[in-house]
Design a protein around this ligand. Structure first.
Ligand code: HEM
Length: 145
């Protein structure tokens, strides 16, 4: 058994699963936008639909996040070593978690539907934060690590 390849496999597939759920959520939010920013009649059961989706998404994203971090730490400990860029990566991941969780609690959870398009844009700002942090971590991974 090649533990190095196995860990790398877990690290990259967990990241891909986590990353995939972010895009799936973005597409669903875009699809539901006319319903969730429309009239009271339009909104119907769409908020519950979004809630159910987010609950399922969170399960996969949480597991993907934890597996990515644990396998990353094991890769550094057993094979790669603790270079400065590994610490930069850890710092960026911690920052990504703090920024996205903070934004969800402060700006997303208080949203009630239907809301106006300006309020709905907060969702897209959340994805901007999340995807920018992914881009930074991937740039460090492929060009500096
Ligand atoms: C605490 C968090 C993390 C730690 C400690 C960590 C650590 C590492 C280490 C040490 C490697 C190098 C393996 C090697 O080439 O020998 C690696 C590879 C990789 N990491 Fe992470 N990582 C973390 C989080 C992430 C995150 C959040 C992402 C995605 C956004 C990510 C994406 C990747 C990818 C795609 C590779 C493969 C690079 C390649 O094969 O050349 N890592 N990680």
């Amino acid at each position: 058994m090649d533990w190095y390849n196995l860990l790398k496999f877990i690290h990259v597939t967990s990241f891909a699963a986590w990353f995939g759920t972010v895009f799936a959520s973005l597409f669903l939010l875009k699809t539901l936008e006319p319903k969730l920013t429309g009239s009271r009649e339009d909104v119907a059961h769409h908020p519950q639909l979004l809630q159910t989706f987010i609950r399922l998404e969170t399960k996969v994203a949480d597991t993907g996040f934890k597996s990515t971090v644990i396998s990353g730490l094991l890769l550094a400990f057993f094979f790669y070593g603790w270079s400065t860029w590994v610490f930069v990566k850890i710092g960026l991941v911690a920052l990504q978690l703090a920024l996205t969780m903070g934004y969800i609690i402060k700006q997303i959870q208080p949203l009630a539907y239907p809301c106006n398009p300006a309020e709905y844009r907060k969702w897209y700002q959340l994805f901007t934060i999340s995807l920018s942090m992914f881009a930074l971590v991937l740039l460090v991974t492929f060009f500096l690590l």
